[in-house]
Write a protein that binds this ligand. Structure first.
Ligand SMILES: Nc1ncnc2c1ncn2[C@@H]1O[C@H](COP(=O)(O)OP(=O)(O)OP(=O)(O)O)[C@@H](O)[C@H]1O
Ligand SMILES: [Mg+2]
Length: 273
């Protein structure tokens, strides 16, 4: 492989903590910073797919890739963001865990599909993406395990609310398990605080607590609660295209720069972070 593509899973088994919002907007920010990005929608809810304005029924979806063995490149679709491609998902994915559950290699379906895709890019003299982001469903089941097996690193979005840290130890245990049995070089890029409300003292307190517990594992960038971020998906756009100057766009650009900086050294050296 000539290019060192970085694959990042956006994971938290808690629902509604900002995984999809971060996947879409971090992907768009990295693309705006000149990176080519492939976003893989691993969630049967298909929120990353609709949030990027892609119709639910694309010719091939991630289901075809994971269950039927369709090559990933045949499921790749363009988005309205230059430099950002998508592997779409829809409700079919909800049957994927059952379909592959008893098969050999059930934990490495996505990993192998991505590996073949990246190798074929090189063989065809096509540019492989700089980053692959995987938007995970709110569960620690087989789909998320596939993402952990396929990734170089993990980003964990945490909502700035009282129960933010609950469930985090379970998540960290699952990452350790994936590391031990499937993917020894997997690392946690960082925990990312989101939906921060500066008028709410609880937000401030949660952010301080999380930093105290997790130290440098927490991204410097905090994503504010911002209505433009919440509105953007109904227009099928990342917030950067919907309202480039709002606080949400600025924060996701900062996050993009931070992620890029964390990975740059590894990209240069051809190493894991
Ligand atoms: N920074 C933010 N400011 C305001 N609203 C936000 C922000 N981030 C996310 N939201 C909103 O919060 C809700 C949950 O976000 P999102 O869908 O990204 O979470 P998720 O973790 O992907 O959820 P699920 O677990 O169901 O996949 C959405 O309505 C989204 O628009
Ligand atoms: Mg989601």
């Amino acid at each position: 492989m000539t290019k060192n593509t970085r694959t990042i899973a956006i994971v938290n088994q808690k629902g509604g903590v900002g995984k999809t919002t971060t996947s879409i907007n971090l992907a768009a920010a990295l693309a705006a910073l000149g990176q080519s990005v492939l976003l893989v929608d691993l969630d049967p809810q298909g929120n990353a797919t609709t949030g990027l304005g892609v119709k639910r029924k694309t010719e091939n979806t991630l289901y075809d890739v994971i269950v039927e063995g369709t090559p990933l490149r045949e499921a790749q679709v363009d988005t309205n963001v230059p430099g950002l491609k998508l592997i779409a998902s829809d409700m079919d994915m909800s049957g994927a865990e059952i379909s592959i559950g008893a098969s050999e290699g059930r934990t490495t379906r996505l990993k192998l599909a991505l590996q073949t895709y990246l190798e074929n890019c090189t063989a065809r003299n096509e540019e492989a993406p700089d980053f692959v982001l995987i938007d995970c469903p709110p569960a620690l089941g087989l789909l998320t395990v596939n993402a952990l097996a396929a990734s170089d690193s993990v980003i964990v979005p945490l909502q700035c609310e009282f129960f933010a840290l609950e469930g985090l130890s379970q998540l960290l245990k699952t990452v350790e398990m994936a590391k031990g049995s499937l993917n020894p070089s997997l690392v946690i890029d960082g925990v990312m605080l989101t939906m921060y409300d500066k008028r709410n003292r609880l937000s401030e307190q949660v952010a301080a607590d999380v930093r105290e517990h997790l130290g440098r594992a927490v991204f410097k960038t905090i994503i504010p609660r911002n209505v433009r971020i919440a509105e953007a998906p109904s227009f099928g756009k990342p917030v950067l295209l919907y309202d480039p100057h709002c606080a949400g766009s600025k924060a996701y650009m900062d996050l993009g720069k931070e992620v890029l900086a964390r990975h740059k050294k590894a990209i240069k050296q051809g190493k894991k972070v």
